[in-house]
Design a protein around this ligand. Structure first.
Ligand SMILES: Cc1cc2nc3c(=O)[nH]c(=O)nc-3n(C[C@H](O)[C@H](O)[C@H](O)COP(=O)(O)OP(=O)(O)OC[C@H]3O[C@@H](n4cnc5c(N)ncnc54)[C@H](O)[C@@H]3O)c2cc1C
Length: 492
């Protein structure tokens, strides 16, 4: 049994100020949760989930479905839940999505499936993510996790997947379900990619990732850990020497970017990935049970405005620091999900906006302060956002013993550069057909952040799915059966 569950005995909390029409999900009090790594929202009860499901109009034309990059049958799963069958609802989602408990928690539904929701035109859209999370958790916690598995006959074809992130795991699962023999090569000692090393446990508990990866392994997918492709084997060697018939590259974009300001070589300066990997993957937050080194810091300055910056700020807070987040534009330009921003504020992160770091100041080799400069917004730049312009003579220092840079990542060049005849774009990302993932090298496909640059879990999964279809065709595998359309029951 997992350490996360649906919220059996919770009382219904007050409606949220952010989404007043949605059935609110109970969550830990901000002061309490700022001191622990337990999940913040604690999940719906069955009653709450059914009440929220009853807001769905069951629209015949399902505008929500194309909003999801893996086209989850949203109307159908919500209908099954509303009718009292959460396990059938979970199995319905799994027809197109092998990671529903993960997606229910981390997908930006407000920009995807919930954006075209008809209910949202006159209020808040149906909380599709919360319902997806509920049914997936319900199925896991009620022991029906294996119900949907029926292993196919082997096709005799072998596929190598490079990277066990959402793109690789999705491609692996879909190919295994057709009957291909799938081996995933993962550089780290654990599966999940960013799901394991990046997104903190208070947003995505380990048990949720473990349980969904376990399901993928039950499909027959073999995962080889500590296997750095480009070093252990090249892609060419996987094909020529190990006999793989096709490869999918899903190695993500994990190379950290820095601010290129003086002082970034001081002790106490971290990239977001280093901080988050130490804490999440190496479990520094469970010290001394796990003896990963992470120096306790008292005052942390985080630079950035996206989900990663919020994750770093909230993680540092939980490790006991006072946290200041600096960003050179205003709140309107921040790219973090509104929920994450709201949670970070509630937990006590100090936001110093229109503020840009110009130098990290050190003493005896360690960070002592971050010198920042105030900014104002000028004319829009190429991105359409108003350009931040420095205000002369506005510099000041923020006392700090750590500085965390969370301003993005770029491509890890190992696989692209060690693979012959693989076309790359000018930034080093792999050039791949957007609808099939086919690269310039026959039999080699790619998808997820290694193609698009940093994006989202569900877009990486969508790319993995599309590539699985294309790889199966390339291998001459059986076409998956298409289900007969069900009779329409919708009203709207
Ligand atoms: C801190 C953080 C928070 C985020 N929060 C969200 C969120 O809330 N919602 C959301 O939708 N998206 C979020 N994202 C973005 C999302 O996680 C990524 O877009 C997504 O994980 C990309 O999936 P991927 O499979 O392409 O790559 P990754 O998840 O990066 O996985 C790539 C895998 O390949 C492995 N690998 C790399 N090189 C090699 C090699 N040479 N050999 C073998 N294996 C290799 C890596 O170790 C890794 O396991 C977040 C990203 C970060 C960094």
């Amino acid at each position: 049994m997992s350490d996360v569950s649906n919220n059996g005995g919770a009382a219904k909390p007050k409606p949220s100020k952010l989404n007043p029409n949605v059935v609110p999900m109970p969550e830990q009090d901000a002061k309490v949760r700022a001191g622990n790594f337990d999940e913040v929202p604690t999940g719906y009860t069955m009653e709450m989930a059914q009440e929220e499901a009853s807001r769905c109009l069951q629209c015949k034309n399902e505008p929500c479905r194309p909003g999801c990059p893996v086209e989850v049958p949203i109307k159908d799963f919500i209908g099954l839940l509303r009718d009292g069958d959460p396990i059938a609802a979970a199995n319905k989602i799994k027809e197109t999505n092998n990671l529903p408990a993960i997606c229910g928690r981390v997908c930006p539904q407000e920009e995807q499936c919930q954006a075209p929701c008809v209910v949202g035109k006159k209020g808040d859209p149906v909380s599709i993510g919360a319902l997806e999370r509920f049914v997936a958790d319900y199925q896991r916690d009620h022991g029906d996790h294996d119900a949907a598995i029926e292993l196919p006959e082997s096709t005799g074809k072998k596929v190598a997947i490079i990277g066990a992130g959402p793109a690789g795991l999705t491609a692996a699962a879909d190919l295994a379900m057709i009957g291909h023999s799938v081996t995933v090569y993962e550089a780290l000692h654990a599966p999940g990619g960013v799901l394991a090393y990046g997104i903190p446990r208070f947003r995505l508990p380990q048990a949720v990732v473990d349980s969904e990866v376990e399901m993928i392994k039950k499909l027959g997918v073999n995962i080889e850990y500590n296997a750095v492709i480009g070093k252990l084997f090249t892609i060419d060697e996987l094909v020529d020497e190990l006999g793989f018939d096709a490869c999918f590259i899903g190695t993500g974009a994990g190379l950290p970017a820095f601010a290129n300001i003086p002082g970034e070589n001081l002790n106490g300066v971290y990239s977001a990935n280093e901080l988050l990997t130490r804490v999440n993957l190496m479990k520094a937050y469970q010290f001394p049970e796990f003896d990963t080194p992470i120096k306790p810091h008292n005052k942390v300055v985080v630079l950035g405005a996206g989900n990663t910056a919020m994750d770093c700020a909230r993680t540092s807070l939980r490790l006991g620091a006072e946290v200041t987040l600096v960003y050179r534009r205003s709140e309107a330009e921040m790219t973090a999900r509104i929920d994450e921003l709201h949670h970070a504020k509630e937990e006590g992160v100090d936001f110093q906006l229109l503020t840009n770091p110009v130098e990290v100041i050190g003493e005896d080799g360690w960070v002592k302060a971050v010198k920042v400069q105030k900014m104002e917004l000028g004319e829009p730049d190429d991105s359409g956002r108003r350009r931040p312009v420095p205000i002369p003579d506005s510099e000041y220092e923020i006392e700090a013993d750590a500085f965390v840079v969370a301003i993005g990542t770029s491509v890890n060049p190992l696989v692209p550069n060690s693979t012959k005849n693989l076309d790359l774009n000018k930034w080093g990302y792999i050039l791949a057909d957007p609808s099939t993932g086919a690269t310039s090298k026959p039999g080699v496909y790619a998808g997820g952040d290694i193609v698009t640059g940093a994006a989202t879990v569900i877009t990486a999964m969508g790319a993995g799915k599309d590539a699985a279809v294309a790889i199966n065709r390339y291998l001459g595998g059986p076409e998956p059966e298409v289900a007969e359309p069900e009779e329409e029951v919708g009203t709207a």
